[in-house]
Design a protein around this ligand. Structure first.
Ligand SMILES: NC(=O)c1ccc[n+]([C@@H]2O[C@H](COP(=O)([O-])OP(=O)(O)OC[C@H]3O[C@@H](n4cnc5c(N)ncnc54)[C@H](OP(=O)(O)O)[C@@H]3O)[C@@H](O)[C@H]2O)c1
Length: 355
């Protein structure tokens, strides 16, 4: 019998997750929560641009809580602890790219209680925080002894990110350097990326300072730059870089960095992706060293990215593929190393009929 899945929110990740559920041999979509009034009451097929398939979207939390379902893929704009707690208490397992990758005791406490009450599991998955920042570097560390340093770094062109309001008002692109540096972004990102660093520190057993060091830099436009939020004028923010670091006695042992640029031209400082282009990098220094570059999670062009961004699709896929293991896991918050190794599944046209 298939696992019954509800999709929570139908933004970029949500739409990709619905398509992923429809392709997964063990999953069946049975419900969908939407935020927008315009989508309320619509068939989910209409929302994702396919023929209707008989699942109606609702903006009623009560209707979702009352549904008989095994799991919810929770992907709204911002996390709401009360919503996640209610889903868990109603007995639904939750997979989400918004957090709970490796929460501190304080972050975990309210949700751990709800999960135990509903005999349900909460699991955080995604690309970063998630696979690119902590899961894959940690998996690769098995090939080294004496690990001295772990780095995960993203180099992305954010002109492919089709969320203009988030880019401008949350991320601070197109604003002044001062408002970007003092805006909400560092705190919003800290929630997830500090968990990524802490998981690496704890798994590898570094005697690291408990405080994870955070820092950020901005680049400004030196000439007008065309972007999804309109023209970024000279002097306005057109590049952002964030770092999260764990230190042992003043030496950095784990560093996660994101480089988010509005293209590579007309920036001060003159940041670029270099000859390797957009990519995700992972590096482990030890005996021996490992260095991996991942291509394919960024779109071929700005236009292609605005149609469908592979990094978003990968994030959704990680959540979808984690549903069966999350449903099978003991109640509580379960991180990557609490669950068995998870893989993708064959495309329906190439799959064994008994799988
Ligand atoms: N860990 C990772 O690797 C990773 C990667 C990518 C994204 N994320 C996170 O995943 C989440 C979803 O990303 P996305 O790209 O899908 O975002 P998005 O395209 O902006 O979609 C978010 C959806 O949330 C709903 N929404 C909008 N305003 C809301 C509000 N005020 N309150 C509650 N819901 C609201 C809407 O759903 P409806 O359209 O259904 O009404 C919207 O489409 C974000 O928090 C993002 O940071 C994590």
């Amino acid at each position: 019998m298939n696992l019954r899945v509800i999709q929570w929110a139908t933004g970029s990740v949500g739409v990709a997750a619905i398509k992923g559920v429809l392709e997964h041999p063990e999953l069946e979509l049975v419900g969908c929560w939407v935020y927008s009034d315009a989508k309320n009451g619509k068939d989910v097929g209409e929302i994702i641009g396919t023929a209707p398939f008989g699942v109606t979207a609702t903006n009623s939390i009560d209707e979702i809580l009352a549904l008989d379902a095994d799991a919810v893929i929770y992907a709204p704009l911002m996390p709401n602890v009360d919503e996640v707690a209610a889903l868990l208490r109603s007995g639904k397992n939750v997979v989400s790219p918004l957090g709970w990758f490796y929460p501190s005791e304080k972050e975990a406490a309210p949700l751990e209680v709800a999960a135990q009450a509903g005999n349900a599991t909460l699991h955080g998955a995604g690309i970063g925080p998630g696979a690119a920042t902590e899961l894959f570097p940690l998996l690769m560390s098995v090939m080294s002894t004496g690990v001295t340093f772990v780095r995960a770094e993203e180099f992305s062109d954010l002109r492919t990110y089709g969320a203009p309001d988030v880019l401008r008002y949350v991320m601070g692109f197109g604003g002044t350097p001062d408002s970007a540096l003092t805006g909400p972004m560092q705190k919003l990102l800290d929630g997830g990326f500090i968990q990524s660093v802490r998981l690496i520190v704890d798994r590898l057993g570094f005697a690291a300072d408990p405080k994870i060091h955070t820092s950020q830099e901005v680049a400004v436009a030196t000439a007008p730059i065309d972007s999804p939020i309109g023209t970024i004028e000279r002097g306005q923010v057109a590049g952002r870089r964030f770092h999260w670091e764990a230190l042992v006695g003043g030496t950095v042992v784990v560093r996660i960095t994101v480089n988010w640029l509005m293209g590579e031209e007309n920036l001060d400082p003159p940041w670029s992706f270099g000859p390797a282009g957009e990519r995700y990098e992972m590096e482990i220094l030890g005996n021996p060293d490992t260095f991996v570059t991942v291509k394919g999670w960024q779109p071929e062009s700005v236009e292609a990215g605005l149609q469908s961004n592979p990094g978003i699709v990968a994030t959704a896929a990680h959540c979808v593929n984690a549903v069966p293991a999350t449903c099978a896991a003991p109640a509580g918050i379960q991180s990557f190393f609490d669950l068995p190794l998870i893989t993708g599944r064959a495309a329906p046209s190439l799959a064994r009929t008994d799988s």
